[in-house]
Design a protein around this ligand. Structure first.
Ligand code: HEM
Length: 472
Protein backbone atom coordinates (compact mmCIF):
# COMPACT_ATOMS: atom_id res chain seq x y z
CA UNK A 1 0.00 0.00 0.00
CA UNK A 2 1.43 3.37 -0.95
CA UNK A 3 0.91 6.87 0.35
CA UNK A 4 -1.89 7.37 -2.13
CA UNK A 5 -3.68 4.36 -0.67
CA UNK A 6 -3.38 5.82 2.79
CA UNK A 7 -4.98 9.03 1.58
CA UNK A 8 -7.69 6.93 -0.05
CA UNK A 9 -8.34 5.19 3.27
CA UNK A 10 -8.55 8.51 4.92
CA UNK A 11 -10.99 9.90 2.36
CA UNK A 12 -13.31 6.92 2.61
CA UNK A 13 -13.21 7.03 6.33
CA UNK A 14 -14.37 10.66 6.46
CA UNK A 15 -17.96 9.39 6.14
CA UNK A 16 -17.54 7.67 9.50
CA UNK A 17 -20.55 7.66 11.76
CA UNK A 18 -19.57 10.16 14.45
CA UNK A 19 -21.39 8.26 17.15
CA UNK A 20 -18.95 5.32 17.26
CA UNK A 21 -17.03 6.13 20.44
CA UNK A 22 -13.25 6.25 20.61
CA UNK A 23 -10.18 8.26 21.59
CA UNK A 24 -9.56 11.44 19.62
CA UNK A 25 -5.77 11.50 19.84
CA UNK A 26 -3.74 14.34 18.34
CA UNK A 27 -4.60 16.25 15.16
CA UNK A 28 -1.73 14.84 13.12
CA UNK A 29 -1.23 11.31 14.45
CA UNK A 30 -4.55 10.47 16.05
CA UNK A 31 -3.73 7.60 18.45
CA UNK A 32 -0.75 6.25 16.52
CA UNK A 33 1.84 7.16 19.15
CA UNK A 34 -0.11 5.45 21.93
CA UNK A 35 -0.53 2.37 19.75
CA UNK A 36 3.18 2.29 18.91
CA UNK A 37 4.14 2.68 22.58
CA UNK A 38 1.95 -0.14 23.91
CA UNK A 39 -0.39 -1.63 21.30
CA UNK A 40 -2.19 -4.16 23.50
CA UNK A 41 -2.34 -1.94 26.60
CA UNK A 42 -3.77 0.92 24.55
CA UNK A 43 -6.43 -1.19 22.80
CA UNK A 44 -7.35 -2.84 26.10
CA UNK A 45 -7.75 0.52 27.85
CA UNK A 46 -9.88 1.72 24.95
CA UNK A 47 -12.36 -1.19 25.08
CA UNK A 48 -12.61 -0.83 28.87
CA UNK A 49 -13.41 2.85 28.40
CA UNK A 50 -15.52 2.94 25.23
CA UNK A 51 -17.08 -0.53 24.97
CA UNK A 52 -17.17 -3.38 22.46
CA UNK A 53 -16.82 -1.23 19.36
CA UNK A 54 -14.24 1.54 19.25
CA UNK A 55 -13.16 3.95 16.51
CA UNK A 56 -9.50 4.92 16.21
CA UNK A 57 -7.47 7.09 13.92
CA UNK A 58 -3.88 6.02 13.39
CA UNK A 59 -2.31 8.80 11.32
CA UNK A 60 -4.42 8.85 8.14
CA UNK A 61 -5.95 5.39 8.75
CA UNK A 62 -9.32 5.05 10.46
CA UNK A 63 -9.96 1.70 12.14
CA UNK A 64 -12.84 0.12 14.04
CA UNK A 65 -12.06 -2.41 16.73
CA UNK A 66 -14.89 -4.88 17.35
CA UNK A 67 -14.68 -6.89 20.56
CA UNK A 68 -17.77 -9.04 20.98
CA UNK A 69 -18.42 -12.65 19.81
CA UNK A 70 -21.46 -11.54 17.79
CA UNK A 71 -19.47 -8.88 15.96
CA UNK A 72 -16.65 -11.33 15.35
CA UNK A 73 -19.09 -13.85 13.88
CA UNK A 74 -20.55 -11.07 11.73
CA UNK A 75 -17.22 -9.95 10.26
CA UNK A 76 -15.37 -13.26 9.93
CA UNK A 77 -18.17 -15.73 9.27
CA UNK A 78 -21.74 -14.60 8.49
CA UNK A 79 -20.93 -11.48 6.45
CA UNK A 80 -17.37 -12.44 5.53
CA UNK A 81 -17.94 -11.53 1.87
CA UNK A 82 -18.37 -7.89 2.97
CA UNK A 83 -14.90 -7.91 4.57
CA UNK A 84 -11.89 -8.79 2.48
CA UNK A 85 -8.17 -8.94 3.18
CA UNK A 86 -7.29 -5.89 1.13
CA UNK A 87 -5.61 -4.51 4.25
CA UNK A 88 -2.36 -2.83 5.20
CA UNK A 89 -0.98 -5.93 6.93
CA UNK A 90 -1.70 -8.11 3.91
CA UNK A 91 -0.13 -5.58 1.54
CA UNK A 92 3.03 -5.63 3.68
CA UNK A 93 3.17 -9.44 3.59
CA UNK A 94 2.99 -9.46 -0.20
CA UNK A 95 6.66 -8.46 -0.45
CA UNK A 96 7.49 -11.80 1.20
CA UNK A 97 4.68 -14.15 0.27
CA UNK A 98 3.73 -12.99 -3.24
CA UNK A 99 0.07 -13.75 -4.01
CA UNK A 100 -0.32 -16.65 -1.64
CA UNK A 101 -2.75 -17.63 1.12
CA UNK A 102 -1.74 -14.98 3.63
CA UNK A 103 -1.35 -12.18 1.15
CA UNK A 104 -4.23 -12.49 -1.28
CA UNK A 105 -7.98 -12.72 -1.46
CA UNK A 106 -10.59 -13.63 -4.06
CA UNK A 107 -9.65 -16.07 -6.83
CA UNK A 108 -5.85 -16.26 -6.25
CA UNK A 109 -6.50 -17.02 -2.55
CA UNK A 110 -9.14 -19.65 -3.36
CA UNK A 111 -6.83 -21.38 -5.82
CA UNK A 112 -4.03 -21.58 -3.21
CA UNK A 113 -6.44 -22.70 -0.50
CA UNK A 114 -7.82 -25.51 -2.70
CA UNK A 115 -4.35 -26.66 -3.68
CA UNK A 116 -2.86 -26.55 -0.17
CA UNK A 117 -5.76 -27.64 2.05
CA UNK A 118 -5.67 -31.39 1.29
CA UNK A 119 -2.08 -31.60 2.56
CA UNK A 120 -3.24 -30.26 5.95
CA UNK A 121 -6.19 -32.59 6.58
CA UNK A 122 -5.92 -34.15 10.09
CA UNK A 123 -5.28 -37.63 8.65
CA UNK A 124 -2.43 -36.39 6.44
CA UNK A 125 -0.95 -34.21 9.17
CA UNK A 126 -0.94 -37.15 11.61
CA UNK A 127 1.60 -38.83 9.32
CA UNK A 128 4.16 -36.30 10.61
CA UNK A 129 3.95 -37.66 14.17
CA UNK A 130 7.19 -39.70 13.91
CA UNK A 131 8.98 -36.60 12.57
CA UNK A 132 7.75 -34.51 15.48
CA UNK A 133 8.80 -37.18 17.99
CA UNK A 134 12.25 -37.68 16.51
CA UNK A 135 13.01 -33.95 16.57
CA UNK A 136 11.66 -33.60 20.12
CA UNK A 137 13.75 -36.53 21.32
CA UNK A 138 16.86 -34.95 19.86
CA UNK A 139 16.14 -31.84 21.91
CA UNK A 140 15.39 -33.90 25.04
CA UNK A 141 18.76 -35.59 24.81
CA UNK A 142 20.49 -32.24 24.99
CA UNK A 143 18.15 -31.21 27.83
CA UNK A 144 19.19 -34.31 29.75
CA UNK A 145 22.79 -33.08 29.60
CA UNK A 146 21.71 -29.57 30.65
CA UNK A 147 19.69 -30.92 33.58
CA UNK A 148 22.53 -33.10 34.85
CA UNK A 149 24.81 -30.08 35.33
CA UNK A 150 22.07 -27.67 36.43
CA UNK A 151 22.39 -25.58 33.29
CA UNK A 152 19.48 -23.31 32.40
CA UNK A 153 17.97 -23.18 28.93
CA UNK A 154 16.43 -20.36 26.90
CA UNK A 155 13.02 -21.80 26.11
CA UNK A 156 12.50 -19.27 23.29
CA UNK A 157 15.49 -20.43 21.26
CA UNK A 158 14.76 -24.08 22.14
CA UNK A 159 11.22 -23.82 20.74
CA UNK A 160 12.29 -21.76 17.72
CA UNK A 161 14.90 -24.39 16.90
CA UNK A 162 12.63 -27.36 17.54
CA UNK A 163 9.60 -26.14 15.59
CA UNK A 164 11.77 -25.13 12.66
CA UNK A 165 13.56 -28.48 12.67
CA UNK A 166 10.13 -30.15 12.55
CA UNK A 167 8.91 -27.82 9.79
CA UNK A 168 12.09 -28.37 7.74
CA UNK A 169 11.69 -32.15 7.96
CA UNK A 170 7.97 -31.98 7.26
CA UNK A 171 8.50 -29.75 4.22
CA UNK A 172 11.69 -31.15 2.79
CA UNK A 173 11.83 -34.69 4.26
CA UNK A 174 15.59 -34.36 4.59
CA UNK A 175 17.61 -33.05 7.46
CA UNK A 176 18.64 -29.59 6.25
CA UNK A 177 20.32 -28.59 9.47
CA UNK A 178 22.63 -25.97 7.98
CA UNK A 179 19.91 -24.28 5.99
CA UNK A 180 17.61 -24.32 9.02
CA UNK A 181 19.71 -21.67 10.76
CA UNK A 182 19.59 -19.52 7.62
CA UNK A 183 15.81 -19.90 7.37
CA UNK A 184 15.32 -19.13 11.07
CA UNK A 185 17.37 -15.95 10.87
CA UNK A 186 15.69 -14.86 7.62
CA UNK A 187 12.15 -15.43 8.96
CA UNK A 188 12.92 -13.34 12.04
CA UNK A 189 14.26 -10.43 9.97
CA UNK A 190 11.25 -10.63 7.64
CA UNK A 191 8.67 -10.62 10.45
CA UNK A 192 10.34 -7.75 12.32
CA UNK A 193 10.72 -5.63 9.21
CA UNK A 194 7.11 -6.31 8.22
CA UNK A 195 5.86 -5.16 11.64
CA UNK A 196 8.05 -2.04 11.46
CA UNK A 197 6.57 -1.16 8.05
CA UNK A 198 3.08 -1.80 9.39
CA UNK A 199 3.54 0.50 12.37
CA UNK A 200 4.81 3.43 10.36
CA UNK A 201 2.32 5.45 8.30
CA UNK A 202 5.03 6.28 5.75
CA UNK A 203 6.32 3.04 4.34
CA UNK A 204 8.37 3.99 1.31
CA UNK A 205 8.86 0.32 0.38
CA UNK A 206 5.14 0.34 -0.47
CA UNK A 207 5.89 2.84 -3.24
CA UNK A 208 8.80 0.90 -4.69
CA UNK A 209 10.63 -2.27 -3.58
CA UNK A 210 13.95 -0.41 -3.98
CA UNK A 211 13.17 1.23 -0.61
CA UNK A 212 13.27 -2.11 1.21
CA UNK A 213 16.04 -2.26 3.82
CA UNK A 214 19.09 -4.24 2.77
CA UNK A 215 18.62 -6.70 5.67
CA UNK A 216 15.12 -7.51 4.47
CA UNK A 217 16.26 -7.95 0.85
CA UNK A 218 19.08 -10.24 1.97
CA UNK A 219 16.68 -12.32 4.09
CA UNK A 220 14.33 -12.80 1.12
CA UNK A 221 17.25 -13.75 -1.12
CA UNK A 222 18.55 -16.30 1.40
CA UNK A 223 15.21 -17.98 1.91
CA UNK A 224 14.55 -17.98 -1.85
CA UNK A 225 17.85 -19.71 -2.52
CA UNK A 226 16.99 -22.55 -0.13
CA UNK A 227 13.40 -22.99 -1.34
CA UNK A 228 14.11 -22.72 -5.08
CA UNK A 229 17.01 -25.17 -4.76
CA UNK A 230 14.71 -27.67 -3.05
CA UNK A 231 12.07 -27.23 -5.76
CA UNK A 232 14.60 -27.65 -8.57
CA UNK A 233 16.07 -30.80 -6.98
CA UNK A 234 12.62 -32.28 -6.53
CA UNK A 235 11.53 -31.54 -10.11
CA UNK A 236 14.76 -33.01 -11.49
CA UNK A 237 14.68 -36.36 -9.74
CA UNK A 238 11.96 -38.97 -9.88
CA UNK A 239 12.17 -39.70 -6.17
CA UNK A 240 9.26 -38.16 -4.34
CA UNK A 241 9.20 -38.55 -0.55
CA UNK A 242 5.90 -37.94 1.20
CA UNK A 243 6.72 -34.50 2.55
CA UNK A 244 4.81 -31.24 2.24
CA UNK A 245 6.88 -30.12 -0.73
CA UNK A 246 5.87 -33.24 -2.69
CA UNK A 247 2.25 -32.84 -1.65
CA UNK A 248 2.25 -29.26 -2.94
CA UNK A 249 4.22 -30.22 -6.06
CA UNK A 250 1.63 -32.84 -6.99
CA UNK A 251 -1.41 -30.79 -5.91
CA UNK A 252 -3.74 -29.94 -8.77
CA UNK A 253 -7.08 -28.21 -9.26
CA UNK A 254 -9.92 -30.66 -9.72
CA UNK A 255 -11.56 -28.42 -12.38
CA UNK A 256 -8.72 -27.93 -14.82
CA UNK A 257 -5.95 -30.14 -13.47
CA UNK A 258 -3.46 -27.25 -13.15
CA UNK A 259 -0.96 -27.20 -10.31
CA UNK A 260 1.56 -24.74 -8.91
CA UNK A 261 4.30 -23.28 -11.09
CA UNK A 262 7.69 -22.72 -9.41
CA UNK A 263 6.96 -19.15 -8.29
CA UNK A 264 3.59 -20.14 -6.82
CA UNK A 265 5.19 -23.12 -5.12
CA UNK A 266 7.90 -20.89 -3.62
CA UNK A 267 5.21 -18.45 -2.41
CA UNK A 268 3.22 -21.29 -0.84
CA UNK A 269 6.24 -22.77 0.96
CA UNK A 270 7.47 -19.39 2.26
CA UNK A 271 3.93 -18.48 3.37
CA UNK A 272 3.51 -21.71 5.28
CA UNK A 273 6.92 -21.39 6.92
CA UNK A 274 6.23 -17.78 7.85
CA UNK A 275 2.70 -18.41 9.11
CA UNK A 276 3.49 -21.61 10.94
CA UNK A 277 6.90 -21.25 12.51
CA UNK A 278 6.90 -18.32 14.94
CA UNK A 279 3.21 -18.78 15.80
CA UNK A 280 3.75 -22.35 16.99
CA UNK A 281 7.11 -21.67 18.69
CA UNK A 282 5.80 -18.70 20.70
CA UNK A 283 2.60 -20.52 21.63
CA UNK A 284 4.76 -23.32 23.04
CA UNK A 285 6.98 -20.89 24.98
CA UNK A 286 3.88 -19.36 26.56
CA UNK A 287 2.44 -22.80 27.32
CA UNK A 288 5.67 -23.92 29.01
CA UNK A 289 5.72 -20.76 31.08
CA UNK A 290 2.06 -20.99 32.17
CA UNK A 291 2.32 -24.70 32.96
CA UNK A 292 5.48 -24.05 35.00
CA UNK A 293 3.43 -21.71 37.21
CA UNK A 294 0.94 -24.44 38.14
CA UNK A 295 2.14 -27.51 40.01
CA UNK A 296 -1.27 -29.11 39.56
CA UNK A 297 -1.11 -28.79 35.76
CA UNK A 298 2.45 -30.11 35.71
CA UNK A 299 1.35 -33.14 37.72
CA UNK A 300 -1.63 -33.76 35.48
CA UNK A 301 0.46 -33.58 32.32
CA UNK A 302 3.17 -35.85 33.71
CA UNK A 303 0.54 -38.35 34.84
CA UNK A 304 -1.25 -38.32 31.49
CA UNK A 305 1.98 -38.65 29.51
CA UNK A 306 2.97 -41.64 31.64
CA UNK A 307 -0.37 -43.37 31.23
CA UNK A 308 -0.50 -43.03 27.47
CA UNK A 309 1.68 -44.63 24.93
CA UNK A 310 4.14 -42.10 23.60
CA UNK A 311 2.49 -42.23 20.20
CA UNK A 312 -0.86 -40.90 21.46
CA UNK A 313 -2.69 -38.41 19.22
CA UNK A 314 -3.85 -35.01 20.60
CA UNK A 315 -7.39 -36.24 21.33
CA UNK A 316 -5.93 -39.00 23.52
CA UNK A 317 -4.07 -36.43 25.62
CA UNK A 318 -6.98 -34.26 26.81
CA UNK A 319 -5.17 -32.65 29.76
CA UNK A 320 -2.25 -31.64 27.57
CA UNK A 321 -4.53 -30.41 24.81
CA UNK A 322 -6.55 -28.30 27.28
CA UNK A 323 -3.41 -26.77 28.78
CA UNK A 324 -2.30 -25.71 25.30
CA UNK A 325 -5.76 -24.36 24.37
CA UNK A 326 -5.74 -22.31 27.56
CA UNK A 327 -2.23 -21.03 26.81
CA UNK A 328 -3.32 -19.76 23.39
CA UNK A 329 -6.39 -18.21 24.98
CA UNK A 330 -4.22 -16.08 27.24
CA UNK A 331 -1.52 -15.52 24.64
CA UNK A 332 -2.88 -16.05 21.11
CA UNK A 333 0.09 -15.91 18.72
CA UNK A 334 -2.01 -13.98 16.21
CA UNK A 335 -3.21 -11.34 18.65
CA UNK A 336 -4.82 -9.08 16.03
CA UNK A 337 -6.74 -9.74 12.80
CA UNK A 338 -7.44 -7.06 10.21
CA UNK A 339 -10.15 -6.78 7.54
CA UNK A 340 -11.25 -4.15 5.01
CA UNK A 341 -14.96 -3.25 4.60
CA UNK A 342 -15.83 -3.81 0.95
CA UNK A 343 -19.15 -2.01 1.41
CA UNK A 344 -20.89 0.05 4.06
CA UNK A 345 -22.27 -2.08 6.88
CA UNK A 346 -23.86 -1.98 10.31
CA UNK A 347 -22.30 -3.63 13.34
CA UNK A 348 -24.00 -3.51 16.72
CA UNK A 349 -26.21 -0.63 15.51
CA UNK A 350 -23.23 1.43 14.38
CA UNK A 351 -22.43 2.33 10.79
CA UNK A 352 -19.18 1.04 9.37
CA UNK A 353 -18.25 3.02 6.26
CA UNK A 354 -17.15 1.39 3.04
CA UNK A 355 -13.36 1.20 2.92
CA UNK A 356 -12.93 1.20 6.72
CA UNK A 357 -10.35 -0.97 8.42
CA UNK A 358 -11.94 -3.36 10.90
CA UNK A 359 -9.77 -4.99 13.56
CA UNK A 360 -10.46 -7.88 15.89
CA UNK A 361 -8.19 -8.95 18.69
CA UNK A 362 -8.25 -12.58 19.86
CA UNK A 363 -6.10 -11.38 22.80
CA UNK A 364 -8.74 -8.91 24.02
CA UNK A 365 -11.74 -11.12 23.25
CA UNK A 366 -10.15 -14.06 25.09
CA UNK A 367 -9.99 -11.85 28.20
CA UNK A 368 -13.45 -10.29 27.87
CA UNK A 369 -15.03 -10.29 31.37
CA UNK A 370 -18.50 -11.04 30.05
CA UNK A 371 -17.48 -14.31 28.42
CA UNK A 372 -14.63 -15.56 30.60
CA UNK A 373 -14.70 -15.87 34.38
CA UNK A 374 -11.49 -14.62 36.02
CA UNK A 375 -10.07 -14.15 32.52
CA UNK A 376 -6.49 -13.45 33.62
CA UNK A 377 -6.20 -16.83 35.42
CA UNK A 378 -4.64 -19.89 33.78
CA UNK A 379 -7.28 -22.62 34.02
CA UNK A 380 -7.12 -25.47 31.47
CA UNK A 381 -10.45 -26.82 32.75
CA UNK A 382 -12.20 -24.07 30.81
CA UNK A 383 -11.78 -26.42 27.87
CA UNK A 384 -13.59 -29.48 29.20
CA UNK A 385 -16.36 -30.40 26.69
CA UNK A 386 -19.18 -29.24 29.00
CA UNK A 387 -17.56 -25.85 29.63
CA UNK A 388 -16.93 -25.38 25.91
CA UNK A 389 -20.57 -26.14 25.12
CA UNK A 390 -21.71 -23.45 27.58
CA UNK A 391 -19.74 -20.70 25.86
CA UNK A 392 -20.25 -18.76 22.63
CA UNK A 393 -18.11 -20.49 20.01
CA UNK A 394 -17.11 -17.07 18.72
CA UNK A 395 -15.53 -16.02 22.03
CA UNK A 396 -12.45 -18.14 21.26
CA UNK A 397 -10.57 -17.70 18.01
CA UNK A 398 -6.85 -18.48 18.35
CA UNK A 399 -6.93 -19.94 14.84
CA UNK A 400 -9.36 -17.38 13.41
CA UNK A 401 -12.81 -18.20 12.04
CA UNK A 402 -14.59 -18.39 8.71
CA UNK A 403 -13.06 -18.95 5.27
CA UNK A 404 -9.59 -17.73 6.32
CA UNK A 405 -9.44 -19.96 9.39
CA UNK A 406 -5.90 -21.23 9.95
CA UNK A 407 -4.98 -23.95 7.49
CA UNK A 408 -2.26 -25.21 9.86
CA UNK A 409 -4.49 -25.61 12.93
CA UNK A 410 -4.30 -29.42 13.06
CA UNK A 411 -0.57 -29.33 12.46
CA UNK A 412 -0.07 -26.77 15.25
CA UNK A 413 -2.23 -28.76 17.69
CA UNK A 414 -0.43 -31.99 16.85
CA UNK A 415 3.04 -30.50 17.16
CA UNK A 416 2.27 -28.64 20.39
CA UNK A 417 0.49 -31.51 22.14
CA UNK A 418 3.14 -34.07 21.28
CA UNK A 419 5.98 -31.80 22.38
CA UNK A 420 4.30 -30.80 25.65
CA UNK A 421 3.44 -34.40 26.52
CA UNK A 422 6.90 -35.71 25.69
CA UNK A 423 8.65 -33.00 27.69
CA UNK A 424 6.41 -33.25 30.77
CA UNK A 425 6.86 -36.97 30.90
CA UNK A 426 10.51 -36.40 31.78
CA UNK A 427 10.94 -32.83 32.96
CA UNK A 428 9.48 -30.11 35.10
CA UNK A 429 10.38 -26.58 34.01
CA UNK A 430 10.88 -23.65 36.34
CA UNK A 431 11.42 -19.98 35.48
CA UNK A 432 14.88 -18.80 36.57
CA UNK A 433 14.64 -16.42 39.57
CA UNK A 434 14.33 -12.81 38.43
CA UNK A 435 13.43 -13.80 34.86
CA UNK A 436 10.55 -11.73 33.53
CA UNK A 437 7.92 -13.02 31.15
CA UNK A 438 6.57 -10.43 28.80
CA UNK A 439 5.45 -11.35 25.28
CA UNK A 440 5.43 -8.30 23.01
CA UNK A 441 3.07 -7.65 20.10
CA UNK A 442 4.45 -7.70 16.58
CA UNK A 443 3.07 -9.58 13.59
CA UNK A 444 2.85 -12.33 16.21
CA UNK A 445 2.82 -12.11 19.99
CA UNK A 446 6.48 -12.88 20.46
CA UNK A 447 9.42 -12.86 22.82
CA UNK A 448 12.00 -10.22 22.01
CA UNK A 449 14.51 -11.59 24.53
CA UNK A 450 15.40 -14.95 26.07
CA UNK A 451 13.15 -16.64 28.64
CA UNK A 452 15.47 -18.65 30.87
CA UNK A 453 14.18 -21.79 32.56
CA UNK A 454 15.67 -24.53 34.73
CA UNK A 455 15.05 -28.19 34.03
CA UNK A 456 14.28 -30.78 36.67
CA UNK A 457 14.23 -34.48 35.76
CA UNK A 458 11.16 -36.20 37.15
CA UNK A 459 11.55 -39.68 35.67
CA UNK A 460 13.86 -42.36 36.92
CA UNK A 461 16.69 -43.75 34.86
CA UNK A 462 17.38 -42.86 31.25
CA UNK A 463 15.01 -41.13 28.87
CA UNK A 464 12.55 -43.48 27.20
CA UNK A 465 13.07 -41.78 23.89
CA UNK A 466 14.17 -42.73 20.43
CA UNK A 467 17.89 -43.46 20.30
CA UNK A 468 19.86 -41.21 17.94
CA UNK A 469 20.02 -42.50 14.37
CA UNK A 470 23.22 -44.40 13.62
CA UNK A 471 25.23 -42.91 10.77
CA UNK A 472 25.72 -45.46 8.02
C1 HEM B 1 -0.25 -21.98 17.35
C2 HEM B 1 -0.02 -21.85 16.07
C3 HEM B 1 -0.87 -21.02 15.13
C4 HEM B 1 -1.75 -20.02 15.39
C5 HEM B 1 -2.13 -19.43 16.74
C6 HEM B 1 -2.29 -19.58 14.12
C7 HEM B 1 -3.26 -18.59 13.98
C8 HEM B 1 -3.83 -18.23 12.78
C9 HEM B 1 -4.91 -17.29 12.62
C10 HEM B 1 -5.59 -16.52 13.76
C11 HEM B 1 -5.21 -17.20 11.32
C12 HEM B 1 -6.34 -16.38 10.68
C13 HEM B 1 -5.85 -15.01 10.20
C14 HEM B 1 -6.96 -14.20 9.57
O1 HEM B 1 -8.14 -14.54 9.66
O2 HEM B 1 -6.62 -13.16 8.96
C15 HEM B 1 -4.29 -18.06 10.62
C16 HEM B 1 -4.25 -18.20 9.26
C17 HEM B 1 -3.30 -18.96 8.61
N1 HEM B 1 -2.41 -19.83 9.18
FE1 HEM B 1 -2.14 -20.16 11.14
N2 HEM B 1 -1.70 -20.31 13.13
C18 HEM B 1 -0.84 -21.21 13.70
C19 HEM B 1 -0.09 -22.17 13.05
C20 HEM B 1 -0.04 -22.32 11.69
C21 HEM B 1 0.71 -23.34 10.99
C22 HEM B 1 1.51 -24.46 11.67
C23 HEM B 1 0.56 -23.10 9.65
C24 HEM B 1 1.12 -23.84 8.47
C25 HEM B 1 2.08 -24.70 8.47
C26 HEM B 1 -0.31 -21.94 9.52
C27 HEM B 1 -0.69 -21.38 8.32
C28 HEM B 1 -1.67 -20.41 8.19
C29 HEM B 1 -2.10 -19.88 6.90
C30 HEM B 1 -1.51 -20.22 5.55
C31 HEM B 1 -3.13 -18.97 7.17
C32 HEM B 1 -3.94 -18.16 6.16
C33 HEM B 1 -5.20 -18.93 5.82
C34 HEM B 1 -6.10 -18.25 4.82
O3 HEM B 1 -6.16 -17.01 4.78
O4 HEM B 1 -6.75 -18.97 4.06
N3 HEM B 1 -0.65 -21.51 10.77
N4 HEM B 1 -3.47 -18.69 11.54
Amino acid sequence: MGLSDLTQDSANATVTNKSVPGPKGTVLWGSLKEFQADAIGFLDESVQRYGDIVRFRFGPVVAYLVNHPEYVEHVLVRESRRYDKNTRSVSKLRATCGDSLLSSDGDPWLRHRRLIQPAFQPRRVAEFSPTIDASTDEMLRSWEANASIGQEIDIVSEMMGLTLAIAARAFFASDIREQTAVIEQALEVILQDTWRRLETPFDFAAISPIFHRSGFRRAIQEIDEVVYRMIAQRRECNFSPDDLLSRLLHAHETDDGTGFNDKELRDAVVTLLLAGHETTANALVNAFYLISQSTETQDRLACEANQHALNAEPGELPETQRAFMEAIRLYPSIWIIERHAVEADQIGGYSIPKGATVILSPYLLHRHQEFWRTPQAFDPDRFTPDKISMRSRYAYLPFGLGPHRCIGEHMAMLVATRILARVHRHFRLRLVAGQSFNPVPGITLRHASPVRMMLERIDQGGLAIHPPKQKK
